[in-house]
Design a protein around this ligand. Structure first.
Ligand code: IMP
Ligand code: MG
Length: 189
């Protein structure tokens, strides 16, 4: 296999191989389009962006910088879900809540990746308790295969069927969040 091409990251110290599926340039272009869609829905209106830690930190940073200037607030939530290492069980708890007031505001929840949908379902209900004027969801990746609850996604970067992805904020056991592109983890075997 071509480990040494630009589409793979692999070395002997790594327990898995990474195959590039979304380049930095492609992600950048798509984020411009997402920002345009948000601008169309909310021309010049104040917005509150809520990122889910840690996975959405890079996506949120790029998304807000792709928007034209307007009153804009940023906050983060952090959730913990109990379950197997690579899937969530639906028992989701908040470990860091939002700190800005959402009441009467247009809120956009920014998620890195929607898998079963359980985390997002929980967060939508939770943020609704803060009485926003509107609540939209922007997900970088919609991963379809393991969806358990159908949650409405207003803005989607990329739709994929399956695969465990890392990079651009996404981790595998806290590794690879810093990679500028998005890679699929290929287990040895
Ligand atoms: P859900 O509750 O099953 O939709 O899981 C959503 C969360 O699981 C995401 O916010 C990620 O933190 C994590 N997750 C799901 N799939 C992946 C993946 O392919 N790579 C990295 N993290 C993932
Ligand atoms: Mg994670």
């Amino acid at each position: 296999m071509p480990w040494n091409t630009e589409n793979w990251i692999y070395n002997k110290a790594m327990p898995e191989k990474l195959r590039k599926i979304l380049s930095e340039e492609l992600i950048k272009r798509r984020i411009q389009e997402l920002a345009q869609a948000i601008e169309k829905d909310f021309p010049e209106e104040p917005l509150v962006f809520i990122g889910t830690l840690k996975g959405a930190f890079i996506f949120l940073a790029d998304l807000v910088r792709a928007l034209s200037n307007r009153p804009l607030e940023i906050d983060f939530v952090r959730v913990k879900s109990y379950g197997l290492s690579d899937t969530s069980s639906g028992e989701v708890t908040i470990t860091k809540d939002v700190e800005v007031s959402l009441e009467g505001k247009n809120v956009i929840l920014v998620e890195d990746i929607v898998d079963t949908g359980l985390t997002l379902e929980f967060l939508r209900r939770h943020l609704a308790l803060h009485k926003p004027k509107s609540l939209k969801v922007c997900a970088l990746i919609d991963k379809r295969e393991r969806r358990k609850v159908e949650v409405p996604l207003d803005y989607v970067g990329f739709s994929l069927e399956k695969g465990f992805l890392v990079g651009y904020g996404l981790d595998y056991a806290e590794r690879y969040r810093h990679l500028p592109g998005i890679y699929e983890v290929i287990k040895d075997g």
